[in-house]
Design a protein around this ligand. Structure first.
Ligand code: HEC
Ligand code: HEC
Length: 307
């Protein structure tokens, strides 16, 4: 319990603290007993010809306060830690106070979450209390990356649409939040061929989503897509187990157009969603997952919420 490496330090602190209190008290008594020497109540000091320093006694209320602070200080030191390694007669420690408060807060939260435990995620997603908690958890833990509206931005997926890198069912969302995700696409230029091949392949990728493209280049690039099929699928529809996105829709995580896709093929990408198991309890993650799930299932949420 003691932070002191030897008893000597503790005694030193006690001596300093008690000595300080005694010194203050003594000073007070001596000062109040001292008589004024001169007859005109001044100290005899004069400045600027006629400014005299008076020697009035301290006001009583001020003296009273001074004595009171010394007494309160003494009582405090008897009750609470402060005198060296003496723990005080109340036995208070900041650690114990923290633990008590934690236990109280957890008991209160447990009551709230106990009700949620029995609900399936789909029901949780339309429970107003769970939604309120989910919204706050999202604002504190997720909004920094996915945006306050969960719509994401470049590199950070939109969680309100029906396009999922890893899957949008409740269990998968829970897994994503708990364990985090690492999306890795290696640099592919070497596997594709020349710069011209990469250019053609990029136009083929654009053609998959019927985005504006050069159809001659796309036809030339098509055979090169075998290098990509292992992850994105032969049809380009992606593989959720790998987090490889669907390339046939118009949703682009890392930007749209030939330059963005060429850069993707040449440089690859490593994108990280951090794990949250170490910051949030499983109960919190479940409520959060329900909140996220509800974002892309607004129809289900609204229609069943109203009787
Ligand atoms: C440091 C930034 C960051 C934070 C904080 C973060 N995320 Fe993510 N999240 C990402 C990135 C980046 C991805 C995409 C990973 C990838 O490309 O493989 C992602 C992916 C996801 C996915 C998968 C989306 C899909 O399409 O399958 C979900 C769900 C998700 N995040 C939810 C959350 C929730 C809920 C929180 C809050 C607890 C959160 N994220 C906090 C960066 C973050
Ligand atoms: C080893 C698996 C793998 C291979 C092989 C692969 N990719 Fe990817 N690709 C991914 C992953 C995973 C992502 C998502 C990265 C992330 O999480 O942000 C991705 C993302 C992309 C994107 C960005 C999509 C968007 O929404 O912005 C494009 C474009 C792309 N890949 C094209 C290709 C092409 C073209 C090839 C073939 C030359 C290829 N990929 C090969 C795994 C792969």
């Amino acid at each position: 319990m003691s932070d002191f490496i030897s008893n000597g330090w503790s005694l030193f602190v006690i001596a300093g603290t008690v000595g300080g209190l005694i010194f203050c008290m003594a000073l007070l008594i001596i000062a109040s007993r001292r008589r004024v020497m001169s007859t005109d109540d001044t100290t005899g000091h004069v400045w600027d010809e006629d400014i005299r320093e008076m020697n009035n006694p301290l006001p009583r209320w001020w003296m009273g306060l001074f004595v009171l602070t010394i007494i309160v200080g003494g009582i405090y030191l008897a009750l609470y830690p402060g005198l060296g390694s003496f723990g005080g007669t109340l036995g208070w420690t900041s650690e114990r106070q923290y633990q008590d408060e934690q236990a109280k807060a957890q008991a209160a939260m447990h009551q709230v979450y106990a009700r949620f435990d029995t609900m399936p995620v789909e029901t949780l997603a339309r429970d107003p209390q769970a939604q309120g908690i989910g919204e706050r958890l999202f604002a504190n833990n997720c909004a920094g990356c996915h945006g306050a509206d969960a719509k994401g931005s470049k590199g950070f997926p939109n969680l309100t649409d029906t396009d999922w890198l890893y899957g949008g069912d409740p269990d998968t969302i829970i897994q994503t939040i708990t364990q985090g995700r690492q999306g890795t696409m290696p640099p592919m230029a070497a596997a594709v061929g020349t710069g011209e091949d990469v250019h053609n392949l990029a136009h083929y990728v654009l053609s998959l989503s019927a985005s504006p493209h050069n159809s001659v280049a796309a036809a030339l690039g098509k055979p090169k897509f075998v290098a990509c099929a292992a992850c994105h699928g032969m049809d380009g529809k992606g593989t959720q187990a790998l987090g490889a996105p669907n390339l046939t829709d118009k949703i682009w995580l890392h930007g749209w157009g030939e330059p963005a896709i060429v850069a993707m093929i040449n440089n690859g990408k490593h994108n990280v969603m951090p794990e949250h198991a170490s910051r949030l309890s499983t109960e919190q993650i479940r409520v959060l997952a329900a909140y996220v799930w509800g974002k892309s299932h607004t129809g289900a949420v609204v229609s069943t919420a109203s009787p």
